[in-house]
Each structure stands twice: as structure tokens, then as C-alpha cells.
Design a protein around this ligand. Structure first.
Ligand SMILES: Cc1cc2nc3c(=O)[nH]c(=O)nc-3n(C[C@H](O)[C@H](O)[C@H](O)COP(=O)(O)OP(=O)(O)OC[C@H]3O[C@@H](n4cnc5c(N)ncnc54)[C@H](O)[C@@H]3O)c2cc1C
Length: 401
């Protein structure tokens, strides 16, 4: 059986950041992914300034071939039913990439032993070590490691097999986006979010390499086909959408751990990072916190191996600010002040509107939030977090306190 210091499950940004750190710290590291790499990922591919800095410092410049056209995303276009489209610029340049190429660059640059088409099945403990059962080409192999890092995304098999209690009673969301060849009357430098009715909490549209990308985020019980058709009809009517043909589709389940304050940094010598840990910013930005948490997990494991500290205890301390920032992103009183995501630092988004239009836009937003955000328990938790932060100047985070 092959033995490594660290086995990282999942070669997305979180897993690659952990692998990079561990390799730099002199640890023998295996990075696996179930897909053949490069693999696609349902994502808009907007790389915030926080993510850019992390990548540049730890992996070097993003290669030219990873960028889409346009290669800079200027911000968001918000569509209000009674006011129309309002564009709001971020205070910096966000980069626009294709995730398959971007993630592959990170994984290759991590310096770890990289094995794709290798699926994590489950793990067992043998003394102080972890034995992971992996599947490649129908063949089951076992790998022994001192630490296992679960970086396997928003629907984590590591959690499902190792700590199934974490997902108990958790509401799930689903994101799906389709790529089309065609025409639409919209600015390709912006991601458009439509505060419309009956299409779920996040009907969005953006353009990359002249492909029109139309997506929906849904919660359990929503019918995708009917809502998607409603959205397409809406875009035809309001933005002159003309579809020539469908090019591709990407979909993935997403957990709702952040707004419910149900983070899972790990247990024993299994640490979780990124989406798998439950880190996500408003608007679905998650690459910056996947990179940061991945780096912290690597740092904690290095200190554990070289200095004998408890990796999980140290990791919880290091990653706590990321949890705080993620909660800030869902706290109406904090989201603007939070510096984690350039998306959160947008200048007053209604500043160009007349008073009457501002009032209409605010009414549209309240109507949208009341009717389309149906995640069970989210409203209560957000309110509780907001009040606790206001009164005690800090959040209560069960996973880290
Ligand atoms: C529609 C949509 C749009 C988004 N747009 C943006 C955006 O523009 N900017 C942004 O910052 N964030 C965005 N996000 C969020 C972002 O995609 C995620 O937060 C980010 O990818 C998390 O990185 P990760 O490394 O934790 O997980 P992932 O990137 O999901 O990587 C997990 C990896 O684990 C692998 N894996 C899974 N199971 C196994 C297994 N059993 N064995 C081995 N490997 C396994 C998967 O193949 C995958 O490669 C978006 C998300 C969605 C759904």
C-alpha cells in the first residue's frame, strides 16, 4: 500500500491550495480527482481580487489560455422588474476564466503527485493514520496517509461516508447553467442577476467567448425545466434573446451550510476545506475562501507534522476568520464592510437612480427576497447571526467556538 503524509481529495481550488502548501512544507502529498482533468465545473469563472492575490502569490500568474473573452468582469447588472437593468461596477478588476483550464493550472502547479480519474470511496482509521479506499478504472486501491483533506466540493463524499451526521436535515440547493450560441442584447462585461418572480433565488445570465450562459439556482421541490423555460421566455421578451443551438450544460448540488452557520472544519485527522467545509460568499463566490481555507489546512498539517501540534485545533483557529467573513456576506449590516470579496465592495448600487426609482428598486428587492428565498431556516439564522454580531461584536460559530 502506498503511503503519503497527506491525501487531498478533490483537485479544485481548495484541494490544490492545500496540496501546494503541503508540498512547500516538505510533505509527501497525493492530490486525487474523480474526473479526468481538466474537468468542467459549474461556475461563472469570476476570479475576485482576493483570489487573484492568492493565486499570484502561491501559484504564479494565471496562464493566458485560461482567460475567456472578455477577460475582465466589471461587476453586476441587477434587473429590477419596475426599473429595468441597473449596472454596478466593482472597485477593482475581476478576472474572467474558464474553470477547466484555471483549475488544471492550479492542480498541476501544486507540485503534488496528481492522479485524476481516481475516486475517493470511503476511509477507515488504522491507529493514528487514515486508509482511504480509492477507485480507478474499476480497480480499488488503498492509500495510507497521516492526514486526509476533504476538498471534494459542495456535495462531499468524504462527509457522506465519514461524517454523515453533518448533512442531516440540511436543505440542498442546485445550480444549473446552459451554454447557447445565439444573440442577446446585454453587456458581456457584467454578470446579470434578475430579481424576477417564480424563477428561484438566482436567475442569472452572462456571456463568455460569445456564448450565452443562462443559469438558475433552485431549492428542492422546484421544477427546473418549467422555471428554465419561463426564464428563457423572459429573456426573449426583455433582452431580445435568440437561441441558435445549445452547446453545453453544467450542474451541481450546493449545500446551504454558510447561511445556516453549519460549517464543518473536520474531525480528528480529517480536515475539510472550501465548499466541502461549507464556505461560500453571497452571490455564490467561493473560490477565494476555498483557496484560503485550503492554504490554512496545509499550514495546520505542516505544523502538526513538524511541531506536533493538533492539526484540527490549529486549523479551526486559522480558518475562523474565513467563517466570519462568510457569515458577514449573509449579514445585511456587514456585507458591504466585509473585505473578503470585491463583489461585496460595490459602490452604492442605486446611486445613479432618481428617488422614485430607488424606492421602486427597494420594493422590488423586498418582494424578491420575500418570495424567492425559501431555504428552510435561513431567514431565522441570518437574523440571529446579525443580532448576535450587533450585540456582542462577534458571531457565535458552533464549529469554531
Ligand atoms: C453556478 C455557479 C457559479 C459560480 N461562480 C463563481 C464565480 O464566478 N466565482 C467564484 O469565486 N466562485 C463561484 N462559484 C463557487 C465556486 O465554484 C466554488 O466555491 C469553488 O469551486 C469551490 O472550490 P472547491 O475546491 O472547494 O470545490 P470544487 O471546485 O467543487 O472542487 C471539488 C473537486 O473534487 C472532486 N471530487 C468530488 N468528489 C470526489 C471524489 N469522491 N473523489 C475524488 N474527487 C472528487 C471534483 O471532481 C472537483 O474537481 C460558483 C458556483 C456555482 C455553482
Amino acid at each position: 500500500m502506498q503511503k503519503f503524509d497527506v491525501l487531498v481529495v478533490g483537485a479544485g481550488p481548495g484541494g490544490s491550495a492545500t496540496a501546494r502548501k503541503c508540498v512547500d512544507g516538505g510533505l509527501k502529498t497525493l492530490l486525487i480527482d474523480k474526473h479526468k482533468l481538466p474537468r468542467r465545473k459549474a461556475c461563472s469563472g469570476i476570479i475576485s481580487n482576493v483570489s487573484q492575490n492568492y493565486v499570484f502569490e502561491n501559484f504564479g500568474p494565471i496562464p493566458e489560455k485560461a482567460f475567456s473573452r472578455p477577460n475582465i468582469s466589471r461587476g453586476m447588472g441587477f434587473y429590477f422588474p419596475t426599473v429595468g437593468m441597473v449596472y454596478t461596477d466593482v472597485d477593482c478588476y475581476n478576472l474572467y476564466v474558464w474553470r477547466d483550464k484555471f483549475d488544471h493550472f492550479l492542480a498541476k502547479s501544486s507540485g503534488a503527485v496528481l492522479r485524476d480519474r481516481t475516486r475517493f470511496l470511503h476511509l477507515e482509521h488504522d491507529g493514528a493514520e487514515v486508509v482511504a479506499h480509492l477507485k480507478r478504472n474499476e480497480k480499488i486501491t488503498k492509500v495510507r496517509a497521516r492526514y486526509l483533506i476533504g476538498a471534494d466540493g459542495g456535495n462531499s463524499r468524504v462527509i457522506r461516508t465519514f461524517a454523515p451526521d453533518v448533512y442531516q436535515g440540511l436543505p440542498w440547493a442546485y445550480a444549473c447553467q446552459k451554454y447557447f450560441e445565439g444573440k442577446i442584447d446585454a453587456d458581456d462585461r457584467y454578470l446579470h442577476w434578475f430579481l424576477t418572480r417564480n424563477m428561484g433565488p438566482f436567475p442569472w445570465m452572462n456571456l463568455k467567448d460569445d456564448q450565452i450562459i443562462i443559469g438558475l439556482a433552485l431549492v428542492k421541490g422546484h421544477n427546473f425545466q418549467s422555471r428554465f423555460q419561463l426564464f428563457v421566455d423572459f429573456l426573449k421578451k426583455n433582452l431580445g434573446l435568440q437561441i441558435k443551438r445549445e452547446l453545453a450544460m453544467e450542474a451541481c448540488p450546493s449545500n446551504t451550510m454558510t447561511p445556516l452557520n453549519r460549517f464543518f472544519p473536520g474531525r480528528g485527522n480529517v480536515l475539510m476545506v472550501g465548499d466541502a467545509m461549507g464556505l461560500m460568499h453571497q452571490g455564490g463566490e467561493g473560490i477565494s475562501c476555498a483557496l484560503a481555507s485550503g492554504g490554512y489546512a496545509g499550514e495546520a498539517v505542516i505544523q502538526a507534522v513538524h511541531k506536533g501540534v493538533d492539526a484540527l485545533t490549529l486549523y479551526k483557529q486559522l480558518v475562523k476568520p474565513e467563517m466570519v467573513t462568510a457569515l458577514d456576506q449573509f449579514n445585511p449590516l456587514r456585507m458591504k464592510a466585509s473585505s473578503a470579496s470585491s463583489m461585496a465592495k460595490q459602490p452604492g448600487m442605486l446611486h445613479g437612480l432618481s428617488l422614485a426609482d430607488k424606492a421602486k428598486a427597494i420594493r422590488d428587492t423586498a418582494d424578491f427576497l420575500r418570495n424567492e428565498f425559501e431555504v428552510q431556516g435561513m431567514g431565522d439564522t441570518v437574523l440571529k447571526n446579525m443580532l448576535h454580531r450587533l450585540v456582542f461584536r462577534r458571531y457565535r460559530i458552533p464549529a469554531a467556538d
